[in-house]
Write a protein that binds this ligand. Structure first.
Ligand SMILES: *[C@@H]1O[C@H](CO)[C@@H](O)[C@H](O)[C@H]1NC(C)=O
Ligand SMILES: *[C@@H]1O[C@H](CO)[C@@H](O)[C@H](O)[C@H]1NC(C)=O
Length: 727
C-alpha cells in the first residue's frame, strides 16, 4: 500500500509544479524549478532507502493435507498454539490459575449506580438518565470465589447436572461469574443475544432443553409471555441490576426463582465439589443467525476452542498485561467479546464494564454533567465493531466541520501530513511535528475515549480504510482487524499491531491454518495471479464442533479430511498477499448461478461497474431462473444532470430524469464500458437497469454503516422494479 501512495503523491507533486503558472517560474527562476523537481524525485528515494520498511513476511506456506489448496500459517510459530500456558486447557482451569497468579489485582469492575432518573423531552417521551459513580472492583481472587459460590448455589438450587443453563443478559460482571460457575460444574452454557426476537429465544431455549435461565431484569420481563412454551425450564436466576417488579416474579412463580445474590449466598453456606470439564467438552452453545430469514443456529464451542483462540490473540497484542484496563461493552453473547474477555482474564487485565449507551460523557443515558464509562475507566484496550468506529469518526469530522475556519484548516492540514507519514509518503509529518499536532489537535479527541487507549481490536465486519486511518491519526492508536466467525471461535486471521496497511485482515492466527480452495464455478482459483484466490477454509484448535442438533447443516460446512481433521468452509472468498496477509474479497453466497449455468459474482461485477462516473450506488441482481442479470443504480446527481444539460434533455426534477429513456441508455452504455475495462463476461453485464433517484444511506436501512449493501432489504424495497426488469 505504502509504495502505491508514494507514487501517487510524487506524481501529483510533479504535476503541480509542471502545471503551475508562471509566477513560480518568475519567483524562483527556472533553475529553482529544476532543483525542486530533482528534490521531489530524489528525496523520496533517499528517504525510502533510509527508512524504507522491508515487507515483513507474516505467514508462510503450510503443508497441512486436506482438500488441495493454498494453505498458510503464521510465520512466528512453526506449530499451532493450543493453550495460553501449560495446564490452562479449559475455561475453568484458565480462570482458576489466573485467579491464583493475579489474585489481588483488579479483575471485574462495575460502576456504582448513584441515581436513576427520567427526563421528559418536549414531545412527552420519557428518557432514562443515569448518574453513575466510580468503578467497584472484584479482585481476581474475589471473582473466582464468587464463581465457585455461584456453582455451588446453582446445584443446591436444584439444577439438574444433565441439563443446560442459559445466559440471557447484557454484558456485565455477573455474566462471566455465572458462566465460570457453570464451567466449574461441567455445564454447557447456552448464550442468546439480548436483542433477539421472541421466536428465536423460544427456539434456542427449547432446542437445547434449558432448565435454568440466568437473566438480567430487562430480559426477565420477557419470560412470563413465553414461559408456557418452555417445557424444560425449571429455574430462573435474575440479576437485580434494576429493581424487579413483584408482578413479574408472580407471573413465573411456577418456577424456582432466585436472585443472583441469593444463589451466591446459598453456595457460600453449602459448598458443592467442582466437577471440572475437559478440553473437548462443550463450553458454550452460542446461537447465531446464519441468514436473517432462518431461525438461529447453536454453534457448539468447546473449552479447547476458546483457550486456543485466547492463546493466539495473546501473542498479537504487544505487552498485554496487568497494567492494562479493558472496556467491556459489546454483547458477551457474541464470540468476539467472549474471546476478548477471556484474553483479558488470562493476562491479568482489569475488565471494566460499560455499555454503548453510557460510554462517553455525551452518551444518551448519561445524565448531563456526569461522566461516561471511558472518562471514569480510562481504558487502554478496547474492542469494537466497524459501525461504532465509523460513528466516532463521523462525530469528530462533523464537530470539526461545524467549527470551520482556521480550526478546520489546521485540522485538515495536520490530518493530511500525518496520513502521509503513516503511508510512508514524502509529505509525511516528522516526529517532533507530530508531537505538536498531538498536543493541540488530537489530545481533545483522544480524551473522548479516556485518553489512554493504546490498541483497538476491530472485528465483526470489514473496517473501511478511512476509519482505520482516522483511528490511527486522531486517536494515535493501531487498529488490529480480525477475521473470524463463531464457527472458528472468533479466531482465524488477525492483523498484527505493526502492520499499518489497510483493507486486509492479517496472517492466520497462530492457533489455526487458513487455506484457500479454488472455486471453479465462481472463477476464483489458487493459480490466479497476482495472488492466489479461493474460498477461505480454516482448520486448527479453534474450529468448533458444529451446530447443535443439526447434522445436515454441520456436514455442509464442516468437512472432515482423510485423517479425521475438521475443516470449516467459511463461504468467504479471500486472497493471500505476498507477505501472507489475507484479504477478504467476496462472499460465495453473493454469487448466483444463472439459468444456463454461468456464475455471476455480484460483488465483483458491482465493483467493476462502480467505476462508471454515473454510479453513486449499484446493486446487481441475478435471478437464477433467467440467463441475464439486472442492476439497480442510484446515479450520481451531478454527473447525470451535467450530461442532461449538455444533451439538451428537458426534465422537471431528478426523479423525472431517472425515468428518461435516454438517460437510462446513457448510464447503461457507461456501465458497458466499465464492464469492458473490468473484463467482465457478457452475461455479467446487466442487460437492463433502473435508475433510482434516492441515495442509499445507513439511515434508510439499505446499506450498513460501513456502506455495504444490504441485499435483502434493497431487494424487498425495490421488488416491483426488479420484477419489471425481468418482464
Ligand atoms: C420444543 O421442542 C420440541 C422437540 O424437542 C418440539 O416438539 C416443540 O414443538 C418445540 N416447542 C416450541 C414451542 O418450539
Ligand atoms: C462433561 O459433561 C459431558 C456432557 O455431560 C460429558 O460427556 C463429559 O464426559 C464430562 N466431562 C468430564 C471431564 O467429566
Amino acid at each position: 500500500m505504502g509504495e502505491v501512495s508514494d507514487d501517487n503523491s510524487n506524481m501529483s507533486f510533479l504535476k503541480r509544479i509542471a502545471t503551475s503558472d508562471v509566477p513560480l517560474l518568475k519567483e524562483y527562476g527556472v533553475n529553482g524549478v529544476v532543483i525542486a523537481l530533482l528534490l521531489a524525485v530524489v528525496t523520496p528515494v533517499l528517504l525510502s532507502m533510509m527508512f524504507g520498511k522491508k515487507t515483513k513476511q507474516r505467514a508462510v506456506r503450510a503443508d497441512v493435507g486436506g482438500e488441495e489448496g493454498f494453505a498458510m500459517r503464521n510465520s512466528r510459530f512453526s506449530s499451532l498454539v493450543e493453550v495460553p500456558w501449560e495446564g490452562a486447557t479449559t475455561m475453568a482451569a484458565l480462570f482458576e490459575m489466573a485467579s491464583k497468579k493475579y489474585s489481588r489485582r483488579r479483575c471485574l469492575g462495575m460502576r456504582k449506580l448513584i441515581k436513576r432518573e427520567f427526563v421528559e423531552s418536549s414531545d412527552g417521551r420519557k428518557f432514562e438518565k443515569l448518574h453513575l459513580g466510580e468503578y467497584e472492583w472484584d479482585t481476581y481472587a474475589e471473582a473466582f470465589n464468587r464463581a465457585c459460590n455461584f456453582a455451588s448455589g446453582l446445584i443446591k438450587m436444584g439444577h439438574d447436572l444433565d441439563s443446560h443453563a442459559a445466559i440471557f443478559s447484557d454484558t456485565r460482571a455477573e455474566w462471566i461469574i455465572a458462566a465460570q460457575g457453570c464451567f466449574r460444574q461441567n455445564l454447557t452454557v447456552v448464550t442468546i443475544y439480548a436483542s433477539l426476537g421472541e421466536d428465536a429465544l423460544v427456539h434456542s431455549l427449547n432446542e437445547t432443553q434449558v432448565s435454568t435461565l440466568i437473566c438480567d431484569s430487562n430480559q426477565l420481563k420477557k419470560i412470563p409471555a413465553i414461559s408456557s412454551k418452555l417445557q424444560s425450564l425449571k429455574h430462573i436466576i435474575y440479576i437485580e441490576d434494576e429493581p424487579v417488579e413483584a408482578e413479574t416474579l408472580n407471573q413465573v412463580k411456577h418456577l424456582t426463582t432466585l436472585s443472583f445474590t441469593e444463589v451466591e449466598e446459598l453456595g457460600k453456606t453449602s459448598h458443592v465439589d467442582a466437577r471440572l470439564p475437559s478440553s473437548s467438552d462443550t463450553a458454550v452453545i452460542m446461537y447465531v443467525y446464519k441468514r436473517s430469514t432462518d431461525l438461529p443456529k447453536g454453534v457448539m464451542i468447546t473449552h479447547g476452542n476458546i483457550v486456543a483462540t485466547t492463546a493466539a490473540v495473546m501473542t498479537i497484542v504487544p505487552n498485554l498485561g496487568m497494567n492494562d484496563v479493558y472496556l467491556a461493552y459489546l454483547p458477551l453473547a457474541h464470540v468476539f467479546e467472549l474471546a476478548a474477555e477471556t484474553v483479558m482474564l488470562a493476562s491479568g487485565t482489569a475488565i471494566g464494564y460499560g455499555s454503548a449507551l453510557t460510554m462517553t460523557d455525551t452518551s444518551n443515558k448519561i445524565k448531563k454533567g456526569t461522566k461516561g464509562d471511558v472518562s471514569v475507566l480510562n481504558p487502554t484496550l478496547m474492542i469494537s465493531v466497524p459501525a461504532i468506529l465509523d460513528r466516532i469518526r463521523d462525530a469528530v469530522f462533523k464537530k470539526v466541520g461545524e467549527k470551520g475556519g482556521l480550526a478546520k484548516k489546521l485540522f485538515d492540514f495536520a490530518y493530511k501530513r500525518n496520513l502521509a507519514a503513516i503511508e510512508g509518503s514524502w509529505f509525511g509529518s516528522w516526529a517532533p511535528e507530530r508531537m505538536i499536532w498531538d498536543n493541540i489537535i488530537y489530545k481533545p479527541i483522544r480524551a473522548m475515549l479516556g485518553g489512554r487507549v493504546r490498541f483497538v481490536l476491530c472485528g465483526g465486519a470489514p473496517l473501511s480504510s478511512d476509519t482505520q486511518r482516522f483511528m490511527n491519526i486522531c486517536l494515535g492508536v493501531p487498529v488490529g482487524q480480525g477475521y473470524g466467525l463463531t464457527e472458528t471461535c472468533a479466531g482465524a486471521a488477525f492483523t498484527e499491531w505493526d502492520d499499518t496497511s489497510v483493507g486486509r485482515v492479517g496472517p492466520p492466527l497462530p492457533c489455526c491454518y487458513v487455506k484457500l480452495v479454488s472455486w471453479e464455478e465462481g472463477g476464483y482459483r489458487i493459480s490466479d495471479s497476482p495472488m492466489p484466490r479461493g474460498e477461505v477454509v480454516v482448520v486448527g484448535h479453534s474450529i468448533t464442533k458444529g451446530y447443535f442438533n443439526n447434522e445436515a447443516k454441520t456436514n455442509e460446512v464442516y468437512k472432515v479430511d482423510e485423517r479425521g481433521i475438521r475443516w470449516f468452509y467459511t463461504g468467504d472468498i479471500g486472497q493471500f498477499h505476498p507477505d501472507g496477509c489475507l484479504e477478504i474479497i467476496d462472499r460465495k453466497k453473493d454469487i448466483v448461478k444463472l439459468q444456463h449455468g454461468e456464475y455471476v459474482s455480484l460483488g465483483k461485477v458491482e465493483s467493476a461497474l462502480a467505476t462508471s462516473n454515473y454510479v453513486e450506488n449499484i446493486m446487481v441482481y441475478a435471478d437464477p431462473f433467467h440467463n441475464y442479470c439486472v442492476a439497480l443504480v442510484v446515479p450520481a446527481h451531478q454527473a447525470l444532470e451535467k450530461w442532461a444539460q449538455n444533451s439538451g434533455i428537458n426534465y422537471k426534477g431528478f426523479e423525472e430524469l431517472c425515468q428518461n429513456d435516454q438517460a437510462i441508455k446513457e448510464v447503461q452504455q457507461s456501465l458497458s464500458k466499465a464492464a469492458k475495462v473490468g473484463r467482465l463476461e457478457k452475461f455479467e453485464v446487466p442487460a437492463k437497469i433502473v435508475l433510482l433517484p434516492e441515495p442509499w444511506t445507513p439511515e434508510s436501512g439499505l446499506v450498513t454503516a460501513a456502506l455495504k449493501l444490504k441485499r435483502e432489504q434493497i431487494k424487498t424495497k425495490f421488488k416491483d422494479d426488479l420484477d419489471k426488469l425481468y418482464h
